[in-house]
Design a protein around this ligand. Structure first.
Ligand code: NAI
Ligand code: 15L
Length: 261
């Protein structure tokens, strides 16, 4: 079993590498940045927008975990080239190589302009908060096309905030712990069909449904609440009227990037 992980040098990739290691499994780590491979790992330095390089990177691959690209807002042309076209190049290379399972890193920012409700449902209609969010909507759409047209099993993860620990008050609701991220990835790699699931832990203050995640076998075990006393002591109680808490995408819903598009 060989898994190609794009964006492996990034924050999520680095947290996942030790957690996805298994006897008999090879992780092929692909990034623009050089990565030092450990036991059971291979490294490929490549650009996800390069069709030839991606075709080569798919050799002998059973499943793809596509994390690579811009992980925050950027000018439109960059988002178009790397996040949107890059996802097309990855999916096309996977299809040509006969890869069966693909997991795509989407984001809560695909739906960021939705007001926060008691619990946002699965498959919430797109309402992106940035060009970055648009690229995640497009990623979900491309995944859907490659499932319906070519029969690929595709799971899109609308990740909340995946870091070693919650960094602010909003993340008490949106945190995806590294261990839960690995659990969700394992469930997604095994799932058939096409799914869009929230990438979030079992947070006491959670905003999003865990139903579809559980339907594909994800059982979250962590809760950001253990960090609440320290964060609240430092930052005060969450203000439900603030943008951070009133809109799903939080501060990404603020003013657009000041760039010449
Ligand atoms: P990151 O920014 O730490 O890592 C992204 C990696 O992609 C970097 O190592 C970068 O070198 C690589 N990359 C960028 N352009 C590339 C290209 N053209 N070819 C090959 N590699 C390229 O991001 P992070 O936090 O690890 O996120 C991983 C994925 O998960 C991203 O797609 C992000 O949008 C998504 N996500 C992450 C969340 C989080 O809380 N960390 C939340 C929601 C979504
Ligand atoms: C994301 O999509 C970003 O990649 C990440 O850096 C966080 O800001 C996260 O969303 C979030 O909403 O906390």
């Amino acid at each position: 079993m060989r898994i190609l992980m794009t964006g492996a040098a990034g924050g999520v990739g680095t947290l996942l590498r030790p957690r996805l290691a298994r006897e008999g499994r090879v992780l092929r780590l692909l990034d623009l940045a050089a990565v030092e491979p450990g036991d059971g790992e291979e490294a490929v330095t490549a650009d996800v927008t390069d069709p030839e390089a991606m075709a080569g990177a798919m050799d002998g691959v059973d499943a793809v975990l596509h994390l690579g690209g811009y992980s925050v807002e950027h000018p439109w042309q960059d988002i178009l080239d790397v996040n949107i076209n890059g996802t097309y190049v990855v999916l096309e290379a996977a299809r040509k190589a006969g890869v069966r399972h693909v997991v795509l890193a989407s984001s809560n920012h695909a739906v960021g302009f939705h007001p926060r409700e008691a619990e946002a449902p699965d498959y919430l209609f797109p309402r992106p908060d940035t060009f970055y969010g648009v690229s995640k909507v497009t990623k979900e759409a491309l995944g859907s096309l490659y499932h319906d047209r070519y029969g690929m099993a595709v799971t899109c993860l609308r990740i909340g905030s995946c870091f070693a620990r919650p960094r602010d008050l909003r993340m008490l609701s949106t945190w995806l712990s590294p261990d839960d991220c690995a659990r969700l990835t394992e469930a997604s790699l095994a799932a058939d069909g096409y799914h869009v699931v929230w990438g979030v832990s079992a947070n006491t203050r959670g905003w999003w449904s865990l139903e579809e995640g559980r339907a594909i076998g994800y059982e979250p075990k962590d809760d950001a609440e253990v960090y609440a006393p320290d964060l609240i002591a430092e930052l005060g109680e969450p203000d439900p009227e603030s943008m951070e808490h009133a809109l799903l995408g939080g501060r990404f819903c603020g003013p657009a990037l000041d760039v010449d598009n």
